[in-house]
Design a protein around this ligand. Structure first.
Ligand SMILES: *Cc1c(COP(=O)(O)O)cnc(C)c1O
Length: 438
């Protein structure tokens, strides 16, 4: 596999086409990269020495009027011009005329992030954690972005007061123990602004962990400066999740960025999106997860492509994801296997899906199959003393001897499983059957 060396010939050529005399130290300066990002089709053509025909170009211009274009010179340099149409980097960064096609299932806010938003910038869906959108711009606009209609939109930029309102919301909700900074890309903020937000969050006693979701290690690895890392370190525990989709995105520069973060003690995770024509292949995904773990990045989620507008050409059937999981589970290290999830339209949250491993079940045996197709029997214990749980932990023989344990409230299926709650079914609202009863 071809490697990208820092400031290689391809990168030098791009710089030359910019009529710039930038030296390597400038190329590696993230602010220089942002100032020289490609924002229009003409510049793209010029820097890569290609030409689209007039009709094609017209559609492309219309597309970026709706969904903006921005590619860092670094990410641009990873494009293989000789195989443009099939290039996974090109497909993630450069508009496709298909983005203007509306499919019947497309939605502008498929995950109901706005509906589940108590204050601007916050999505509160799960009991103990929130998404905090502190930026709405990115170094590179991914063509497959789920928040495509909102990124770069000036109306959705938060001002300082709105960020303070978000922080206030978190402060007033004592069950929030995990704050996920997202966007846009939070690392588009200056070190100072980010430090200010993190300092404020750290002052909240019930915030245990802070997570940052960023694609900088992929699209602008030079953003991971020593100064940034030193600042972030002050706010540990901070977890960082990034977004590699294809093994070719792991370059010498991105490796350095990841090493810098890992050395500073940030647990690193990766969230990939399953994309037609980019990574919908078990071999590509296996190569990707192997390269990630070599760089101390734990594959965290593999997302089924959302139902956002303009993404229909990227969607694969769910079966493709299951096939990929079938090819990973058991075949490679457990920690290299991400959880495949479908983010439920309408705000239901992430639903994990995977191949079936339980084949059948009786009162004393479970029949399972493994990754090789071996069918096997697990014998259930002959004597298992069922503990009736009335939630009286003081009297229980199991010892949860911690005084800061959360009050436990069962919801969903765990509520049906519990002994202390008498609920025995969950019935959707508005069923005809229930309506008839009234
Ligand atoms: C994904 C997500 C989270 C975090 O979920 P985890 O499964 O804990 O990673 C939190 N809030 C929202 C709205 C999300 O979409």
């Amino acid at each position: 596999m071809q490697e990208t060396i820092i400031y290689n010939d391809k990168q030098k050529k791009i710089v030359k086409k910019m009529n710039s005399d930038a030296v390597i130290s400038q190329w590696k300066d993230w602010k220089w990269q942002l100032r020289h990002s490609v924002l229009d089709i003409d510049t793209f053509e010029k820097l890569l020495g290609i030409k689209f025909d007039a009709d094609e170009k017209n559609v492309l211009i219309k597309t970026i009027a709706k969904f903006p274009l921005s590619i860092t010179p670094y990410y641009l340099s990873l494009i293989n011009v000789d195989d443009l149409k099939d290039d996974p980097i090109f497909k993630q960064a450069f508009p496709s005329p298909h983005e203007l096609e509306l499919s019947s299932c497309d939605r502008t806010d498929p995950l109901s992030e706005d509906t589940d938003s108590p204050v601007r910038g916050i999505t509160h869906r799960y009991p103990d954690r929130v998404l905090f959108h502190i930026s709405n711009i990115c170094a590179m606009y991914c063509r497959h972005c789920t928040r495509k209609r909102k990124v770069s939109d000036v109306v959705s930029i938060l001002d300082k007061n709105e960020i303070l309102e978000g922080i206030e919301y978190i402060k007033n909700n004592r069950n929030i123990r995990d704050v996920l900074l997202s966007g846009g890309d939070p690392l588009m903020l200056s070190d100072e602004n980010l430090d200010w937000i993190l300092t404020n969050l750290r002052e909240i006693p019930h915030v245990e962990v802070i997570r940052i979701g960023t694609r900088m290690p992929v699209v602008l690895p030079y953003r991971i400066t020593n100064e940034l890392v030193e600042m972030l370190k002050k706010h540990h525990p901070v977890w960082i999740n990034t977004h590699f989709n294809h093994p070719r995105e792991i370059t010498e520069s991105s490796r350095k960025a990841l090493a810098r973060l890992a050395d500073a003690g940030f647990p690193l995770g990766n969230q990939s999106v399953l994309l037609s024509g980019v990574n919908d292949c078990p071999r590509i995904m296996k190569k990707l997860v192997h390269k990630l773990v070599m760089n101390r990045v734990r594959p965290y989620y593999l997302y089924q492509c959302d139902l956002s507008e303009g993404l229909s050409h990227f969607r694969t059937p769910v079966g493709k994801g299951i096939e990929i999981m079938e090819n990973l589970i058991g075949h490679t290290s457990g920690f290299a296997v991400p959880t495949y999830v479908i983010d439920a339209p309408g705000g239901g949250g992430k639903i994990p899906v995977m191949p079936n491993y339980i084949i059948s079940w009786s009162t004393n045996k479970v029949i399972l199959r493994n990754f090789e197709g071996v069918i096997t029997t697990y014998k259930e214990p002959d004597s298992y003393k069922t503990v009736f749980c009335d939630r009286n932990c003081q009297k229980c023989s199991l010892q949860l001897k911690v005084d800061d344990a959360e009050e436990y409230k069962a919801t969903g299926i765990s509520k049906l499983l519990s002994d202390f709650d008498k609920t025995d079914s969950l019935i959707p609202e508005n069923t005809e059957r229930v309506d008839r009863r009234i």
